[in-house]
Write a protein that binds this ligand. Structure first.
Ligand code: NAD
Ligand code: UD1
Length: 338
């Protein structure tokens, strides 16, 4: 399939381009580079031996989208492009609603005009309401999001559901990611957050390499085995393969479907710190700090539906996640910058 990959130069998008190529699909990347570098696609070429056609532009630009769909024979779209920093979304809600909802609506409008109706959306476990029992199933309650970023994912899911209701020719797959971590085994592509990382794994690896003095562990009084927050970390290559499974599924399924992409295993903050130290022979100094507002104690997936319906399940373990994160970090201390 020829797949338009919006956000294709980003963290998950670049790994997905690699897995799409390996599975015989043809990705075309569209990105405005607001949070990424086109160098990631040069690295994808080194890994796969194939060039990913790249278009620099904004997914909210409908004129550009019409040109892309007129020029390329696109069969389906994976929509990764979006803003994703939770704290920033609280400070700049309009930017988040405009970009994340606007891009999704523009894309669907133009796709419809060109009769392309296969769509995979990057959603998040953040759409689940905080009062659910664990593990989270696709049928668990959604809503009560704690920040504008989370609401953009919730609202995009609703918009996409309504599009399918109005036109059953659409195939829409909503993928709810748990906590993506790690990097490609080659160490050529990975995640390089701008500024101080918000998420745990980049903070751990930047502490290990000496860029940060110590890790703040946000809370040790949760109802978990060691008091620190528990999450479902998933290797980004497994996540990327989940998208390939969704592309294959959408070729002969219409309507709307939703899948969790997680491992089903929960690890605490201190489990991750210790695993990282052991896997890589490095030290990660940490201090216990107050809870971070909006955090849950425990969050992990029930991945049964993805296994049974998509035929996908995560293959990499906690050691792989820690080793590959460090391999990327130590080979590229400044990300894609020289
Ligand atoms: P990323 O920032 O690395 O990738 C997103 C890409 O989209 C970037 O390359 C950015 O330049 C591009 N972009 C943003 N707005 C754009 C626009 N209007 N037009 C064109 N390009 C635009 O982030 P990622 O971690 O790869 O996340 C990909 C998707 O997955 C996002 O939608 C994110 O919200 C979602 N997601 C990520 C996580 C995570 O922990 N990384 C978890 C759940 C969901
Ligand atoms: C966060 C976002 C979520 C987003 C996801 C993307 C919040 C409240 N939630 O999820 O919306 O979809 O990132 O991956 O921001 N931790 C520390 N010290 C740190 C960083 C994190 O102790 O410096 C802890 C957190 O308290 C949490 C765990 O590590 O228990 C994971 O945190 P993080 O990587 O930020 O992911 P989430 O909070 O699950």
């Amino acid at each position: 399939m020829n797949v338009l990959v919006t956000g294709g130069t980003g963290y998950i998008g670049s790994h997905t381009c690699v897995e799409l190529i390996k599975a015989g699909h043809k990705p075309i990347a569209l990105d405005n580079l607001c949070n990424s570098s086109v160098e990631s696609l040069n690295r994808v070429r080194t890994i796969t031996g194939e060039e990913v056609p790249f278009i620099k532009g904004d997914v909210c630009d409908e004129k550009l989208l019409h040109e892309i769909f007129a020029r390329h024979d696109i069969d389906g779209v994976i929509h990764f492009a979006g803003l994703k920093a939770v704290g920033e979304s609280v400070e700049k809600p309009l930017d988040y609603y405009q970009n994340n909802l606007g891009s999704t609506m523009s894309l669907c409008r133009v796709m419809s005009a060109h009769n392309v109706k296969k769509f995979i959306f990057s959603s998040s476990a953040t759409v689940y309401s905080g009062d659910n029992e664990m593990p989270l199933r696709e049928t668990s309650k959604t809503g009560n999001c704690t920040n504008p970023y989370g609401w953009t994912k919730y609202m995009c899911e609703q918009i996409l559901r309504d599009i399918v209701k109005a036109d059953p020719e659409w195939s829409v797959v909503l993928l709810r990611y748990f906590n993506p971590v790690g990097a490609h085994q080659s160490g050529l592509i990975g995640e390089h957050p701008n500024g101080i990382p918000n998420n745990l794994m980049p903070y751990i690896s930047q502490t290990a390499i000496g860029k940060r003095d110590h890790l703040n562990v946000y809370g040790n009084d949760y109802d978990t085995h060691d008091g620190t927050g528990v999450r479902d970390y998933i290797h980004v290559v497994d996540l990327a393969r989940g998208h390939v499974a969704a592309v294959n599924y959408m070729q002969d399924h219409k309507g709307e479907s939703v899948f969790n992409l997680g491992t089903g295993h929960g690890y605490s903050v201190l489990d991750m710190v210790h695993a990282f130290e052991e896997a890589n022979g490095v030290k990660v100094p940490y201090e216990i700090a107050p809870r971070r507002p909006g955090d849950l104690g425990t969050c992990y997936a029930d991945p049964t539906k993805s296994r049974e319906v998509l035929g996908w399940e995560a293959e990499f373990n906690q050691v792989d996640m820690c080793r590959d994160t460090w391999n990327w970090q130590s080979k590229n201390p400044n990300g894609y910058d020289e």
